[in-house]
Write a protein that binds this ligand. Structure first.
Ligand code: COD
Ligand code: ATP
Length: 291
């Protein structure tokens, strides 16, 4: 681990602890947030047969050491292939950790990817980056080749190739546009308009679902399912968002629609958790010289 001049290893460890706690809390808050269309939430399992809220929370907690290791190894490091390789290995170790904690159920693969890159990027910037700097740094990392990646074919890859639409990799490589241009502005706009935080978070989820090509939805419900999800989310926001009775009615209709199609926007949920992480991290700094 390389320590930036002027920063101690204690400082790196303290920052890694803070970042890993924030990432884990963002995952737990996302899982509990209700009502989310088709997703696991405090009401139940949504469109999922094998997921529960308790399992999502156990999985989130099991990932804290992964986020901690990612932050420690990325601390004040420049973007290069060696770091990309290390981050890829730690991410895959995290996936194994998650599978062990859930007895083989995929609870958070997409979330490990998005939050893992963002935790690494925040640590690379010594815990002092802005939202724009962190997402740009994460994109630079995601654009480097993942040389040790297994050549297996995933559901997400299949969907992106079949429909010629971007998926989790492209979202990261483009600097997380659904966080920076959709969810974060909507979260802050809804708060400014007087929505309480839980309703503002639901609005942020709608802002993501309104345009994301979520490969979870494409895999289960095809292009028609994706388009109906995007339209449904736009209708919630057009009705004034979740703080308004008409917005909540539109949200309930969207929930019914997702369940009827057996579809769940797992990618949008990951990006909401990542948005909560970025929102919280960019309003505070972790390095001592900023306190
Ligand atoms: C890139 C990942 C997510 C694989 O993506 P792929 O589309 O091939 O596979 P898979 O279908 O298994 O998972 C995709 C998951 O991403 C999420 N997702 C779906 N659509 C989107 C989207 N448009 N944008 C963002 N996330 C999305 C969902 O949670 C979905 O389940 C990841 O597993 C990976 O390859 N990791 C390698 C390890 C690594 O380098 N990690 C570095 C950071 S820790
Ligand atoms: N609250 C949530 N509910 C459901 N999925 C979530 C939630 N939060 C995040 N996710 C993301 O959704 C993904 C689950 O996606 P998906 O439904 O495609 O799982 P799968 O096991 O690969 O597929 P399937 O269930 O269709 O067999 C996880 O990788 C996770 O990152």
């Amino acid at each position: 681990m390389q320590i930036r001049p002027g920063f101690s290893s204690t400082e790196a460890a303290r920052c890694a602890t803070a970042l890993s706690e924030l990432a884990t809390a963002a995952l737990i808050d996302e899982a509990r947030l209700s009502p989310k269309p088709g997703l696991v939430d405090s009401r139940g399992s949504g469109a999922h047969q094998d997921l529960t809220l308790a399992l999502m929370e156990r999985s989130a907690r099991s990932l804290q050491p992964t986020f901690h290791a990612l932050a420690l190894h990325s601390w004040c490091r420049p973007v290069d292939v060696a770091l990309r390789q290390r981050v890829g290995k730690l991410g895959r170790d995290g996936e194994r950790q998650m599978m062990a904690a859930t007895q083989g159920v995929n609870t958070h693969r997409g979330a490990i990817w998005a939050l893992g890159l963002l935790v690494s990027a925040a640590a690379m910037l010594g815990g002092q980056g802005s939202a724009a700097q962190i997402t740009a740094q994460a994109a630079a990392l995601a654009c480097l080749p993942d040389v040790d990646a297994p050549k297996s074919f995933s559901k997400g890859l299949r969907a992106t190739q079949r429909y010629k639409l971007p998926g989790a990799r492209e979202e990261a490589q483009q600097g997380f546009p659904h966080i920076m241009q959709c969810a974060l502005p909507q979260l802050r706009r809804s708060r400014r308009n007087g929505a309480d935080d839980h309703l503002a978070q639901l609005d942020a989820l709608m802002a993501i679902m309104a345009s994301l090509s979520d490969t979870c939805v494409l895999s289960r419900a095809g292009l028609a399912g994706l388009q109906s999800m995007q339209l449904g989310a736009r209708l919630v926001l057009a009705a004034g968002g979740c703080a308004q009775p008409a917005g909540r009615a539109a949200l309930a209709r969207l929930d019914g629609l997702m369940l009827a199609q057996n579809a769940s926007p797992g990618g949008a949920a990951d990006l909401l958790a990542a948005t909560l992480f970025i929102d919280r991290i960019s309003t505070r700094a972790f390095a001592d010289d900023h306190q």
